[in-house]
Design a binder for this molecule. Sequence first.
Ligand code: PMP
Length: 400
Amino acid sequence: RFEQVTMAPADPILGVSEAFKRDESEKKLNLGVGAYRTEDLQPMVLEVVKKAERKMLESGENKEYLPIEGLAAFNKATAELLLGADNAAIKENRVATIQGLSGTGSLRLGAAFIQRYFPGTTVYISNPTWGNHMNIFNDAGVPWKHYRYFDPKTVGLDFEGMMADIENAPDGSIMLLHGCAHNPTGVDPTPEQWEKIADLIEKKNHMAFFDVAYQGFASGSLDQDASSVRRFVERGMEVLVAQSYSKNLGLYAERIGAINAVVSSADAAARVRSQLKRIARPMYSNPPCHGARIVANVVGDAKMFDEWRAEMQEMAGRIKTVRQRLFDELSSKDKSGKDWSFVLKQIGMFSFTGLNKAQSDNMTNKWHIYMTKDGRISLAGLNLAKCEYLADAIIDSYYN
Ligand code: PMP
């Protein structure tokens, strides 16, 4: 019976952390997974999270089941954080929000909903993208294809290719878009480009499915990082939006996020909510409450909310500082005249170095630097002290 089971391949991202643990070198550096580290390269729990947890403990909250759709105070807070508290869609009860198991679980609920209600509709995913996107839609039985996104020649957005692929997709397709801080490239459309993307999606009667995993982490501003989604919603377009609090509140292990369907009427929102609940119930019955309470407490208290924003800006700022230092080191060490300014232009947690698979292997095998094979490095796992070593490794891998 079980003898016939074959070995699954290691996960391309989380498998990197497993290999890192096995490496005994003192030089080793884990730039694989996108998880924030302090300047001492230690995981960090935000002070505002500890504060919320103390408050929760003091108030003696119980461990009763949450409803299938999750904690009401969380669902309210998360939709308001995404769309803005005074958003018309919220006021008109046109948003169906269900708490999910972080970004991944929320995307998975959205994918299951698509499979059930829009059967046969193809989801278009950027090339490249976060590796788990493909797994999620595959497992939900949703057909997907790539749209062009990244141009290696300019190390920037292939806007024309992207627009052509959106144009050529059959009317009524679904476009998966990264709300901000595109993973892995760190390349986002400009506001003008977003406007054109929205125009075209509207014209083609496509639907946008936003993945918002880095709100507040790209620019340091929660509102600015949600502007892509808000632009679509303000135009009256229907969207799906998956949210995650892994990065911006550092709640990786709490698995807290949400799936939001912004639809055209309160009536449709109620029906969509009921169906999302119906999908969640046989999968995991109801979501965990700890992370939901943390988010609800932090967002619901003006003082804690400000503290959160300050800590988020500190995290985003530290990443910008190492980004700058890495660029300085690369520019001063590389005598070939290569332009490394793309490192500075990229936003969010990552840098997309342009290293190919063999070069990425050299980074790991020779330099003990762990990263995904697409050439992505997580700057959230880098500190100033290691920038010089990393630049040496990149240049060695690049030219040899
Ligand atoms: N989407 C993207 C683009 C991501 O980078 C991530 C995290 N790496 C996620 C979703 C979801 O992560 P989580 O399930 O931890 O919220």
